[in-house]
Design a protein around this ligand. Structure first.
Ligand code: ADP
Length: 178
């Protein structure tokens, strides 16, 4: 018997503009900012997010956040209420790191659930600067979220895709699941 699921939706757009309970940041383990999604979130969200990340580094995350793990902060001036930072793996053609990429989606949903975020927006983690092939990244994202997100905890899980190729890859991955 299939479990009841929240709606999995796809939009083309910018993660920083999503009016949801929590947006997920494709962060790096320093938690102190970077390019891509990370840069956009800190730019648009203002200094409160970086201040919260520095506090995390000064307390529980002295060595930074491990790959595949997630942690929440304020969303500062973003429309969202929380940012959930997750650290994607760098793609490697020699080593299968897909378990770590799946872990990003799973742990981010776990954190969302703990903070009561019922609508969550994800970017395509690891598919930018970290080099993960989009089709494979999309399949891992859709499969993991479909398995981990229950309707009892979430209303909507939204994937926010920056360009048409990303959107098409996620659409195909979603269609393939039926
Ligand atoms: P990573 O370092 O995990 O690869 P990036 O931020 O470089 O993360 O890229 C992740 C994905 O997010 C890429 O597909 C990139 O095109 C996309 N992206 C970049 N900026 C935004 C944004 N503002 N909103 C949504 N997606 C974005």
């Amino acid at each position: 018997m299939s479990r009841s699921q929240p709606s999995l939706t796809l939009v083309r757009g910018d993660i920083t503009e999503q009016d949801v309970d929590a947006v997920v940041n494709a962060a790096n383990s320093s938690l102190l900012g970077g390019g891509g999604v990370d840069g956009a979130i800190h730019r648009r969200g203002g200094p409160a997010i970086l201040a919260a990340c520095r506090d995390l580094r000064a307390s529980h995350y002295g060595k930074g956040l491990a790959t595949g793990q997630s942690v929440a902060t304020t969303a500062g001036e973003l429309p969202a209420r929380h940012v959930i930072h997750t650290v994607g793996p760098v793609y490697s053609p020699r080593e299968d790191r897909s378990g770590l990429l799946a872990s990003c989606y799973r742990t981010a949903l776990g954190v969302a659930r703990e903070i009561g975020a019922r609508t969550v927006a994800f970017p395509a983690v690891s598919t930018g600067i970290y080099g993960w092939p989009m089709d494979d990244g999309a399949r891992i994202a859709i499969r993991t979220v479909a398995e981990a997100a229950t309707a009892e905890a979430f209303d909507e899980i939204r994937f926010v895709l920056f360009d048409v190729d990303a959107y098409t890859a996620f659409q195909e991955a979603l269609d393939a699941r039926g």
